[in-house]
Ligand binder design. Structure first.
Ligand code: SF4
Ligand code: SF4
Length: 231
């Protein structure tokens, strides 16, 4: 089953696919499903580099467009996998923006879904939740778009351990935020998003995401390997 889904997800364009046990989450989060799939695609390094440059309003809108399109693409992959699993006779619930809105699982004013992708990503061992309230992965920093899907299909899940939070004394995300939307506090399971981030202030400028040390490291690695490839 895992191999079939992996192949289908990769055929659809996912670069990362995780199989995650979510039985311990609340019913509101897991919709009574024991498993989740998480799919992700990294954002292009040159795009992340561009986001760190000072820009005008028009350029900002254009730059934001690629992020929105990538989010829509990964949402579409989760929706397609939902249809794929349902055709096989399993319960499956995509957590895409479209599907969540249709099922009343998205709080618009709070910009918060009933099950957050980063919750699943953390359980998958993909990364930790940073002071920015975004997932930070050692491989891509926060330069990735993710979506999830809940299912009762008999998946073999990875015994992953959530990664230790590695923000340490870093406060880059808070310092670059032009809207003072971030508090600069370390994420805890109990405190959740409310202690880190005020969605009402965030203008989705993506500065925090692109200027993370871990995102910058991903961009530097990509530039280096491209340079080596050009030799
Ligand atoms: S910028 Fe620094 S503090 Fe903020 S999430 Fe990334 S590593 Fe953590
Ligand atoms: S996206 Fe921009 S406004 Fe929102 S938290 Fe990040 S830096 Fe602040």
């Amino acid at each position: 089953m895992n191999d079939m889904i992996l192949q289908e997800a990769q055929r659809l364009g996912a670069e990362y696919v995780g199989f995650v046990p979510v039985g311990e989450l609340s019913e509101a989060e897991n919709e009574n499903c024991p498993f989740a799939l998480i799919v992700a695609v990294p954002l292009p390094p040159e795009y992340l580099e561009m986001l760190t440059q000072p820009i005008g309003v028009q350029e900002a809108a254009r730059e934001h467009d690629l992020f929105s399109r990538t989010e829509a693409r990964i949402d579409g992959i989760a929706d397609a996998l939902e249809a794929y699993l349902r055709a096989l006779g399993y319960r499956a619930f995509s957590q895409s923006e479209r599907a969540n809105s249709a099922r009343g699982r998205y709080d618009g004013p709070q910009r918060k879904a009933a099950l957050q992708h980063k919750t699943v990503a953390r359980l998958a061992g993909l990364g930790w939740i940073g002071k920015s309230d975004l997932l930070v992965s050692p491989q891509w920093g926060s330069g990735l778009c993710m979506c999830t899907l809940l299912t009762d299909a008999p998946l073999q899940t990875q015994p992953a351990t959530p990664l230790e939070n590695q923000c340490g004394a870093c406060t880059v995300c808070r310092d670059v935020c032009p809207a003072n939307a971030l508090q600069g506090r370390t994420w805890t399971k109990e405190g959740g998003r409310e202690e880190l981030f005020d969605p009402a202030l965030c203008c989705t400028c993506l500065r925090c995401m692109s200027q993370y040390p871990w995102t910058r490291a991903y961009v530097r690695r990509a530039n280096l390997s491209q340079g080596e490839g050009n030799r």
